[in-house]
Design a protein around this ligand. Structure first.
Ligand code: HEC
Ligand code: HEC
Length: 240
């Protein structure tokens, strides 16, 4: 059995279930297992970095010079395996990677592209946080996007969904995109027609992707129909 915080031997004394085997921060990130020594390098078992606007594998910038993300992940799996079966652990990583990749590809990379465009074309200033859209973008990746990613890393579904991807999506579709469009309109008014046109091409390319087609209305008719049918069946099933 791995060490757990001694004072938390029984996290829920009001029930008969004993939670004393549930891991703490130190159990997963630092403690020794049968195969692994104790470590104080808390990045040692982490494969992604969940901090930047777009997540990347932790060794991406120093590949070959530091412990690889694969080796770090293998070590974390050894920790999990002290308590869980390998299927359980493999499935966890499928879900975790799924959330990080979804966040990255659907929201973060397009967001980075839009913000870069605004800055290099001079539609926002070089000073950070003096334009509204910079606050919008910061909330998206730094607050909501990080919550979703960390929630997925450490089994907090409420943070993945309601405090995470739900808010990321709301921020992206109802704030970031409209504010980007407003800045293009302003550019038009200021006589920067060429810049505005290029901005619209960029946005159009993003919104034409399959994952955004529901929003831009560019979904094929068959997909729209299937969606409506599924909604109808859901309502019938739950008598709503
Ligand atoms: C059940 C095991 C487990 C527990 C308990 C746990 N973590 Fe984690 N933690 C993980 C895993 C798995 C990841 C993602 C690893 C990866 O990227 O491959 C992670 C990622 C992180 C990250 C992200 C690091 C980065 O830069 O992206 C932080 C920070 C973190 N944990 C802190 C904590 C803290 C603080 C606690 C206690 C409150 C804690 N962890 C408890 C397993 C755990
Ligand atoms: C010290 C033993 C221990 C370790 C180590 C451990 N777990 Fe767990 N894990 C538990 C226990 C106990 C529960 C049930 C907790 C509960 O029901 O409150 C649990 C629950 C879970 C759940 C279900 C969460 C949910 O919401 O139902 C997942 C997924 C999970 N662990 C994955 C992992 C992964 C991945 C690792 C390694 C990064 C890990 N665990 C490490 C003991 C451990």
């Amino acid at each position: 059995m791995l060490p757990v915080a001694a004072e938390k031997k029984d996290l829920n004394p009001s029930t008969s279930i004993k939670y004393d085997a549930a891991p703490t921060c130190a159990t997963c990130h630092m403690s020794a297992t049968k195969e692994l020594p104790i470590t104080h390098e808390i990045g040692d078992r982490i494969s992604w970095t969940l901090r930047p606007p777009v997540s990347e594998k932790i060794d991406a910038k120093k590949r070959g010079k530091v412990k690889s993300w694969e080796a770090r992940r293998d070590d974390m799996k050894k920790v999990c395996s002290a308590c869980h079966t390998s299927t359980w652990v493999e499935n966890f990583y499928v879900q975790f990677d799924g959330v990080v990749n979804l966040y990255n590809d659907k929201f973060a990379k397009p967001g980075v592209g839009m913000m870069k465009f605004l800055k290099t074309e001079g539609l926002i200033t070089k000073t950070g946080f003096d334009d509204k859209i910079e606050w919008t973008w910061f909330y998206l990746w730094h607050h909501e996007g990080r919550r979703a990613r960390h929630g997925a890393a450490m089994n907090a579904p409420d943070y993945v969904q309601w405090h995470g991807l739900f808010e990321v999506a709301e921020r992206f579709y109802t704030e970031l995109i409209p504010e980007f469009e407003e800045l293009l309109e302003k550019a038009d008014h200021d006589g920067k027609k060429d810049v505005a046109k290029r901005g619209r091409i960029l946005l159009d390319e993003i919104l034409s992707r399959p994952e955004n087609a529901w929003f831009s209305g560019k979904e094929p008719e068959a997909v729209k129909k299937a969606r409506l049918k599924a909604q109808e069946e859901f309502r019938k099933r739950y008598a709503q």
